[in-house]
Design a binder for this molecule. Structure first.
Ligand code: ADP
Length: 392
């Protein structure tokens, strides 16, 4: 089966074309600045990079252009069997991936109240694909789904119960497809059954979340009602005292929109450092710039605290797995975190393996390390393609 996976943002459309027979990626890419000037699409097809600069009036325009390119190159005489969509928020009811029906689509749109930045764009991506591929199965895979197993005492906030029920306010968690994928790969890498392992998965990218995975099930995760909670991120604040938010709203005269922009776009690595939201820039400047040093250490210390908390939550931890842009590439972040946990968790890092550049799944701790440490490149698209193929 050839599965097209789509991840639609408000002005972007990420795509992957996957042959499920051997799980190879035939193509991947992104259309950016949809509906704006200076639009472009870039892709990699069979190892060859390509780019077209072209304004796209809407997502349909973008997907048409993408499909024209894929039909000429990656697909040739073959056709897409089904389309799998990444959907950010499944709310309290959506768990397993779903075949999209008009009712499912309507519910995804209604969940915009919980994910105003993501769900409307995801729904738009589904509607677009329905127009371009009429009659072909569309499958929604929810980023929150893996976390449905979190117990009530771990997803409940200390807010009035009636209001939480009325507005469905609770911890949902995100990056679920990634956490599940790397947890499964970790078990394979260690050659141990998943249901025997206590794993802490650290998905650290522009957005970051850390999850406690006990016997293959998510039992706690750092993101909450929205993807704002948890460790500091590129431009998102992570967990802060709610009182600080009230103070900022009062003193800076900010309304909901204003505080939302401040917490989502001007905070995190960018906000603390004043340098950049990209960890590479922070790492490069931290020896000479104290704000960068502080930013790096605040990030790493935050990760350490979550790992300690989740080791307590699971009454132990067998393995810590790093993934996503920072987790896969930043050896200095992994080293800082692991060295800080050396006594508590008995971690011994294999420095040579940690420092070596690799795109492979790998164990970066020594054989005698009490807690194992792994790096697993995430592959959310492959998971979405697998789920889609299974439902079709
Ligand atoms: P997203 O959450 O948008 O999918 P990624 O998972 O691709 O993001 O992560 C992007 C981030 O990964 C970048 O902003 C950068 O901070 C970090 N990153 C990527 N490569 C490196 C590297 N070699 N060293 C340190 N950080 C890196």
């Amino acid at each position: 089966m050839i599965i097209l996976t789509l991840n639609a943002g408000s002005s972007s459309l990420k795509f992957n074309l996957i042959d499920t027979a051997d799980e190879t990626a035939l193509a991947d890419g992104i259309a950016e600045r949809i509906g704006l000037s200076d639009g472009f699409i870039r892709w990699t097809i069979q190892g060859e990079k390509g780019r077209v600069d072209q304004d796209m009036k809407d997502h349909k325009d973008a997907l048409k252009t993408i499909m024209d390119e894929l039909r000429k190159t990656a697909l040739k005489d073959r056709d897409v069997t089904a389309v799998g969509h990444r959907v950010a928020h499944g709310g309290p009811h959506f768990g397993d991936p779903m075949l999209v029906t008009p009712k499912v689509l309507q519910e995804i749109e209604e969940l915009a109240a919980l994910a105003p930045l993501h769900n409307p764009a995801n729904a738009l991506g589904i509607k677009t694909a329905m127009e371009i591929f009429p009659g072909k199965p569309q499958v929604a895979v929810f980023d929150t789904a893996f976390h449905n197993s979190i117990p009530d005492y771990a997803y409940t906030y200390g807010l009035p119960k009636e209001l939480c029920a009325k507005y469905e306010i609770r911890r949902y968690g995100f990056h679920g497809t990634s956490h599940r994928y790397v947890a499964e790969r970790t078990a394979l890498l260690l050659a141990k059954p998943l249901d025997m392992l206590k794993i802490i998965t650290c998905h650290l990218g522009n957005g970051s979340s850390i999850t406690a995975v006990n016997k293959g099930k998510s039992v706690d995760t750092s993101m909450g009602l929205t993807p704002l909670e948890g460790v500091i991120m590129g431009t998102r604040c992570g967990s802060v005292d709610a009182g600080a938010i009230i103070t900022l709203m009062e003193k800076e005269n900010l309304d909901a929109k204003g505080i939302n922009a401040l917490l989502n776009k001007q905070s995190g690595l960018l906000g603390i450092s004043g340098v950049s939201s990209d960890l590479r820039d922070i790492e490069e400047s931290r020896a000479s710039n104290d704000s960068s040093r502080l930013t790096f250490e605040t990030l790493c210390y935050g990760i350490v605290k979550y790992i300690g908390a989740y080791a307590a939550a699971m009454d132990g931890v067998d393995v810590i797995t790093f993934t996503a842009g920072i987790g896969e590439n930043s050896n200095s972040t992994r080293a800082w975190v692991c060295n800080r946990l050396r006594n508590l968790l008995g971690i011994e890092l294999n420095e040579a393996v940690n420092n070596a550049r690799s795109k492979e799944d790998r164990i970066i701790s020594t054989p005698s390390s009490r807690t194992a440490v792994c790096v697993i490149p995430t592959n959310e698209e492959l998971m979405i393609a697998r789920y889609t193929a299974k439902l079709v």
